[in-house]
Design a protein around this ligand. Structure first.
Ligand code: MRU
Length: 378
């Protein structure tokens, strides 16, 4: 327990980043007061998002009614992080419906399907994108069949997107509560990429677990990796933890083995972009090497993700390959190598289940064998 901190048993508040204001108690409560909302939100017939590629230099929001602009926002990582990509896609379908100007329900359904296709092409790895699009497609089909008016479809799809966002927030709080006892006083927790409110909505996934333990008064430290080549750890995770008052130290990705051996790392906590039923975890590039190192140093390796990240249909995971210039330059600004050098730039890697100690979800903690524990949760 941190000095001067007493254990709060109910109704405590996480005021994070000045952007998020979440209250929760023993019973899951919805966000009661949102000072500045989630990283993606609906605003006046438009989708609005904070430009994550400009943080920490600027906190700028963009508002658009264009599906193409929203899709490009996802591709360029203005909007990023698996759960938030799913929320953005859900609002994209609500936007597509809202943009339809005609009066013909079948034509409207084709218009929405066309926009769905564009959103589905943005990023292949995070399954939350497809999970959200599928849920919105089912809702569209149901509304087309039963509602009889273009207006009712518009309202119904917006309500579904809002519900997805709300459930995601509540699930993040449940995940935090389920995972917080994995963290003890004195822990030094290594995390990679960004799994906080920016990436996930609510209080985040792994970051949500860490914040929940922090709110209980536990005394620990966080170490965040750079997460090259786009620096989600250095730019976003550090920004979030510093705003929340959690002690965080930054390392470059190639310092991980040193830090495990010499900086007293006791736990690893990270997120996921897709988890297969056998427990294979796709997450930000560099995760697999951390898992191998953690295994060598006998450090528990925990993943936190909502059930919408669990893919019960696939047996393999497509890995997104991104543009070479992301590796040849620092954030497109400074060229750091010979122009045109061939580059390998996978955005994600896959960690095998035997290296994953446990998976925290909103339904509980899944452990080996994952086929059984994850299917019990589904
Ligand atoms: O490419 P990004 O920034 O969208 O990557 C996603 C991630 O933030 C991570 O892989 C994360 O650990 C899982 S999503 C909360």
């Amino acid at each position: 327990m941190r000095k001067g901190c007493s254990k709060l048993d109910a109704g405590f508040t996480i005021a994070l980043c000045g952007l998020y204001f979440v209250e929760f108690s023993d019973e899951i409560m919805p966000i009661r007061e949102i000072k500045s909302m989630e990283p993606v939100r609906w605003n006046d017939q438009k989708v609005e998002w904070i430009l994550q590629n400009r943080i920490p230099w600027e906190e700028t929001w963009k508002k658009s009614s264009s599906i193409e602009e929203l899709a490009r926002g996802i591709e360029t990582l203005e909007i990023r992080g698996a759960p938030v990509i799913g929320i953005a896609a859900a609002y994209g379908i609500a936007l597509s419906a809202s943009n339809y100007n005609g009066n013909d329900i079948d034509e409207m359904a084709r218009h929405i399907e066309n926009d769905r296709g564009r959103l589905a092409k943005t990023r292949p790895t995070a399954v939350n994108l497809f999970w959200a699009l599928d849920r919105m497609s089912k809702k569209t089909a149901e509304l087309v069949k039963n509602s009889g008016s273009v207006d009712a479809i518009k309202k119904g799809l917006l309500a579904e997107a809002v519900a997805i966002q709300k459930e995601n927030t509540e699930d993040s709080i449940r995940m935090g509560r389920n995972g917080k006892d994995l963290i003890q006083d004195g822990d030094v927790i290594l995390t990679h990429c960004n799994t906080g409110p920016l990436a996930c909505g609510g209080i985040g996934t792994s970051t949500g677990v860490i914040l929940s333990a922090w709110e209980e008064g536990k005394d620990f430290k966080v170490i965040a990796t750079y997460t090259a080549p786009l620096y989600q750890g250095a730019r976003l995770t550090v920004w979030e933890f510093m705003k929340a008052g959690v002690p965080v130290t930054l390392i470059t990705d190639n310092m991980a083995a040193y830090a495990m051996k010499n900086a007293g790392i006791t736990k690893i906590f990270l997120g996921a972009d897709r988890i297969l039923m056998d427990g294979q975890v796709a997450n930000k590039i560099g995760t697999y090497q951390l898992a191998v190192l953690a295994n060598h140093h006998k450090i528990p390796f925990y993943v936190a993700a909502p059930m919408s990240t669990v893919d019960s249909k696939s047996s393999s995971i497509p890995i997104e390959m991104r543009k070479p210039d992301e590796v040849r330059t620092v954030l497109g600004k400074l060229q750091i190598t010979v122009p045109d050098v061939p580059v390998l730039n996978p955005a994600f890697d896959i960690t095998p289940p035997d290296l994953v100690s446990a998976i925290v979800t909103e339904k509980g903690i899944a452990r080996h064998p994952y086929k059984k524990s994850l299917s019990d949760m589904l």
